[in-house]
Ligand binder design. Structure first.
Ligand SMILES: Cc1ncc(COP(=O)(O)O)c(C=O)c1O
Length: 429
């Protein structure tokens, strides 16, 4: 793109950077003139990925589940048996601790907060009756975890997210010392947005750490649990680890088929410790006389009733996703390797690539991209209240656009990072 000979941009002289800037300005003007309308902001499957699940739109050849329940009618709160068995086999969580139903795991997360705030779990005082509740938020993280916490008035405490999960020394100290610290959000496999993976050791520490609050909770959101793009990791079994550590009610496990089949038109799932799962079911019974069982039966049929059916399907999705991730990483490598103006860690899987600009540049990059017709995830979205303290993290969501569009978008993205970085560097010269 540019003809600069500067390698590490910080080392460039004012004159060199200004010259570089003039060239980049011309490129940017040319991009703006193209009148692009591209969107790289939300993690959605592309139409070709959705097409892989079109058989779900077909009718069923039976309306009866294996135990003879008519899925067209009311009833069955916690999910039809074959569907619970399918997810139990896939995820290794006991079917009798699982509530399968509804079209979104986020609804289960919100409902979980409703229960904890209104009723408390297992005899603990309701969170809503307490003066202050703090929730630990490993960052960068998923914006909707933060908005759920915010909706209930919880104070969100940022904890650095490392390569193998949250910084456990900080998490342990906060949980041990402060009884108002009540929980932690986690996307344990292929995190949104970093694509990192929680290690067995981190999971063990989370399950076993002493907490000042006897109702400390782990919100284990396994949204990308089968999205192996570059590597294939096995998730530590958090429910068993909690049980073994003497904290059987500590973790809530969330999952859904949103990023497997059709987002918002599939199945959500929550599992928990034995007493908590029973309590959740008692509240859900007041909300519904039964979730949509038709989609549950269809999902079971679609995957041949086997976890391997889901894995096979995910391999097809991986074949479509991987070239997009490779494209993004190639552009980052080509344009930024050694420059010192952008850092990133290649994701192991999942749906996103997370990058850090120089401090104070992320908002400018997003604004520049927008002005040239490309919508990126808002800067700050990966931190509570939209406030990235260093204004540097940007989530790239490459799954939706076609490969050509993505290539264009990434070229423009690279240009915007360079422009914002040069401004920052020139301001300091
Ligand atoms: C980490 C994470 N959890 C949950 C969701 C939403 O899942 P669902 O559609 O099951 O509500 C998303 C969607 O992007 C996500 O990234």
């Amino acid at each position: 793109m540019t003809t600069t000979t500067i390698t590490r941009w910080e080392d460039g002289s004012k004159e060199e950077l200004s010259e570089l800037r003039a060239g980049l300005d011309a490129q940017y003007a040319a991009w703006k003139a193209k009148g692009l309308r591209l969107d790289l902001s939300r993690g959605k499957p592309s139409p070709d990925v959705l097409d892989l699940s079109n058989a779900l739109l077909d009718g069923l050849d039976t309306y009866l589940t294996e135990d003879g329940t008519d899925v067209r009618n009311y009833g069955v709160i916690s999910g039809i048996p074959e569907c619970k068995r399918l997810f139990s086999e896939l995820l290794g969580i006991p079917a009798d601790r699982m509530i399968v139903g509804g079209n979104s795991s986020l609804t289960h997360m919100y409902n979980t907060f409703v229960m904890l705030y209104l009723f408390g779990a297992n005899g603990s005082a309701p969170w809503g009756a307490q003066e202050k509740i703090k929730i630990l938020c490993p960052c960068p993280g998923y914006d909707r975890h933060f908005s759920v916490s915010e909706d209930f008035g919880a104070e969100m405490v940022v904890v650095p997210l490392l390569e193998d999960g949250p910084d456990m020394d900080i998490v342990e100290a906060l949980a041990r010392e402060d009884a108002s610290v009540k929980g932690i959000w986690l996307v344990p496999l292929y995190a949104n947005p970093t694509g990192s993976v929680v290690s067995g050791e981190t999971a063990r520490r989370l399950a076993a750490m002493p907490a000042a609050a006897d109702d400390f909770r782990i919100f284990w959101d396994n949204a990308y649990g089968v999205h192996h793009v570059f590597e294939e990791h096995t998730l530590p079994d958090i429910l068993s680890l909690c049980e073994e550590a003497g904290n059987p009610e500590r973790a809530f496990y969330f999952f859904s088929t949103s990023k497997i089949n059709f987002p918002g038109a599939g199945i959500g799932l929550v599992a928990a410790g034995p007493r908590t799962a029973a309590q959740m079911l008692s509240h859900i019974k007041m909300q519904t006389i039964g979730y949509d069982k038709i989609i549950q039966l269809k999902t079971v049929k679609f995957f041949g009733g086997r976890a391997e059916g889901i894995r096979e399907h995910m391999r097809k999705i991986r074949a479509l996703l991987r070239p997009k991730f490779e494209l993004v990483l190639d552009v980052l490598e080509r344009e930024f390797s050694g420059t010192g103006i952008l850092e990133w860690t290649p994701p192991k899987g999942g749906y996103f690539v997370s990058v850090n600009t120089m401090d104070g540049c992320a908002k400018s990059v997003v604004a520049l991209a927008k002005e040239a017709g490309v919508v990126l995830t808002g800067a700050g979205a990966t931190y509570p209240l939209g406030k990235d303290p260093r204004d540097r993290n940007i989530r790239i969501a490459p799954t939706y656009p076609g490969i050509e569009e993505l290539a264009q978008t990434m070229e423009l993205f690279a240009l915007c990072v360079k422009l914002a970085s040069i401004d920052k560097l020139l301001a300091g010269k």
